[in-house]
Design a binder for this molecule. Structure first.
Ligand SMILES: NC(=O)c1ccc[n+]([C@@H]2O[C@H](COP(=O)([O-])OP(=O)(O)OC[C@H]3O[C@@H](n4cnc5c(N)ncnc54)[C@H](OP(=O)(O)O)[C@@H]3O)[C@@H](O)[C@H]2O)c1
Length: 244
């Protein structure tokens, strides 16, 4: 078991990649805390994760809430792993953008993880691991993704700086950048998920989109001592979409 005795916090762990990671981290021996925001997915996750993880309602874009969350989880022991995974997608071409959407996307996808790292650093164990979920959109000029893509690019930069600042404390910080993965995230912004993923699959050398377990296994790798000599790295899990 690769996470035996470890305490792990996963933000955005009520659905999709975070939910799969919660199950995997638990199976590998970790005590797992996950967060989410919407009442419906929180309730569903509490059922699905009974005996697997503790589910906490916490807005990943609200700095005081993040600080309360870290304090609460740290009462159960030293935090060894933080998988900062919560994010929202946004679709809209440049002419469609509005300031409110910018603030929402950047609060959840950038401000939240940045201040979470700030809150976590003093209470994490030496040898701890922070994994930030970015996206291959940070590397692409996909139309209609300017807010989402730029928020994920900011996260890559934050990861690199945090890796440098936390290295003296023995805390590794790495970025995980998935490609298109079937989670329902595109349906949350009104897209036809099946059609969107089918279209994206045509651009992926392996000829298909990813499964949540495939991304969760990469998160496990970065979280565990298997990646003990890796920090400041970006691990891309995209079936070759941006690589070949
Ligand atoms: N699926 C893909 O194709 C893909 C590709 C590249 C990167 N990613 C990234 O992978 C990560 C996981 O996404 P996913 O695809 O698994 O999507 P998902 O199923 O929508 O999961 C997102 C999770 O984040 C939570 N969340 C969103 N806003 C939150 C907030 N303000 N406070 C607390 N929790 C919040 C959601 O909870 P609620 O439902 O309660 O809001 C949910 O648990 C994200 O960072 C996403 O950008 C996904």
């Amino acid at each position: 078991m690769r996470l035996q005795g470890k305490l792990a916090l996963i933000t955005g762990g009520t659905t999709g990649i975070g939910l799969a990671a919660a199950k995997l981290f638990h199976a590998e021996g970790a005590r797992v805390f996950v967060t989410g925001r919407s009442a419906a997915t929180l309730a569903q996750a509490r059922d699905e994760l009974r005996g697997v993880a503790e589910v906490i309602e916490s807005d990943a874009g609200d700095v005081p809430a993040i600080e309360r969350l870290v304090t609460e989880v740290a009462k159960h022991g030293t935090i060894d792993i933080a998988f900062l995974n919560a994010a929202i997608l946004h679709k809209g071409t440049l002419s469609d953008l509005d300031e409110r959407s910018f603030d929402q996307v950047f609060a959840t996808n950038v401000k939240g993880p940045l201040f979470a790292i700030r809150a976590l650093a003093p209470v994490m164990s030496r040898g701890g691991s922070i994994v930030l979920t970015s996206s291959i959109n940070a590397q692409l000029g996909m139309p209609g993704t300017s807010l989402y893509a730029s928020s994920k690019a900011a996260l890559v930069s934050i990861g690199r700086v945090a890796a440098a600042e936390l290295a003296p404390r023995g805390i590794r910080v790495n970025v995980l950048s998935p490609g298109p993965t079937a989670t329902g995230i595109t349906a949350k912004v009104g897209l036809d998920e099946a059609a969107t993923l089918a279209h994206l699959a045509t651009q992926i050398p392996l000829g298909r989109t990813g499964e949540v377990d495939e991304v969760a296994r990469a998160a496990l790798f970065l979280a565990s001592t298997d990646a003990s000599f890796m920090t400041g790295e970006e691990l891309v899990v995209d079936g070759g979409m941006t690589r070949v």
